[in-house]
Design a binder for this molecule. Structure first.
Ligand code: FAD
Length: 288
């Protein structure tokens, strides 16, 4: 099914994100996680694309295709372009089509210091144009957006102006970077709508349940941290079980507020941990 059609039929759309395991030998545990995640009946699951753009050992396509086939859950295969040649991108698009994938998230990818940047695609909108050129409308295109601005943009306004290039290139659904302050999301959506960005925008929520995620994910994301969030982190600094419960509670409160405010979709960054996603789902399912 085409993802934009799901947004036409229901609100909020509930989706999940997983990532391919670093080692292929861990693939069985990913499918076990998907089996558990299937219990929350997601509208779709998106599968990230490994940074670096190496297509030879990339398993995004295979995983997205298997989830669709084995579990009957719609999928979105992510694709990055900044480290890829046009040929690589075309090969990957052909693989997606051969595997009956109908939805792709067009991304630039992060620029890894010291790594070779191919100059064939500089931005996600250029990738979206290539996908459209190769597939007409047989692949639906999703894109990323940043409620607090992308880390390389001068301002939120200029980032939103650049977002219009993606929409112009055929992106029909947006999913946000994680954030912890719903006001940042509401402000972003208001500004995006005011410049004519009218596609559905799903809110990306990451439950923070471990101290290690604070350093790795929270700090790298650049998301602003409301007082309530920092108070939770300090309160449970030496209490892993307490942080686990409080992190789920925070994500649930965020999602419930967003749904009550009419959000188009909730997208959970699962970090391949089905138990956390299931706990959040259980506590918002009355609103879905
Ligand atoms: P772009 O849209 O190209 O934007 C990057 C910067 O360029 C922004 O500052 C923007 O304002 C500016 N810009 C955009 N278009 C133009 C233009 N035409 N002219 C001038 N400036 C422009 N990374 C992965 O490696 N794999 C993944 O699977 C993955 N999945 C993601 C999913 C989501 C929902 C999100 C939010 C991010 C994901 N990322 C992933 C991370 C993403 O690749 C990085 O955030 C990257 O730095 C930017 O990607 P983008 O597609 O938003 O880039």
């Amino acid at each position: 099914m085409k993802i934009p059609d799901i947004y036409k039929e229901k609100k909020p759309v509930f989706s999940l994100e997983i990532f391919p395991p670093k080692r292929k030998s861990n693939i069985a545990s990913l499918y076990q996680a998907v089996e558990r995640l299937a219990q929350c009946d997601p509208d779709f699951i998106s599968v990230t694309y490994g940074a670096g753009g190496n297509i030879a050992d990339n398993s995004t396509c295979e995983i997205a295709a298997n989830i669709k086939k084995e579990y009957g859950i719609e999928t979105v295969a992510h694709l990055t372009c900044v480290n890829s040649t046009r040929e690589d991108v075309q090969e990957m698009i052909a693989r997606f089509q051969d595997a009956d994938i109908e939805n792709v998230m067009a991304l630039r990818g992060d620029i890894v210091p010291g790594e070779d940047i191919r100059r064939e695609f500089r931005h996600a909108n250029e990738l979206a144009i290539e996908i459209q050129r190769k597939c007409n409308d047989s692949l639906e295109i999703l894109g990323a957006c940043y409620p607090e601005g992308h880390y390389q943009s001068k301002s939120l306004d200029s980032d939103i102006q650049n977002l219009k290039y993606k929409i112009g290139a055929g992106v029909r659904v947006l999913i946000t970077q994680l954030f912890f302050d719903n006001n940042a999301f509401y402000n972003f959506v208001g500004r995006a709508r005011s410049v004519g960005i009218n596609v559905p925008i799903s809110a990306g929520i990451m439950p923070i349940v471990k101290a290690s995620q604070i350093e790795k994910t929270v700090q790298l994301s650049g998301a602003s941290l409301p007082h309530e969030f920092t108070a939770m982190i300090s309160r449970y600094e030496h209490d892993p079980a307490g942080l686990y419960e409080a992190g789920i509670e925070y994500a649930v409160a965020q999602a419930r507020d967003l749904i009550r405010s009419g959000v188009d979709g909730i997208h959970i960054y699962t970090m391949n941990d089905p138990e956390v996603a299931l706990r959040v789902h259980e506590q918002i399912s009355d609103l879905l």
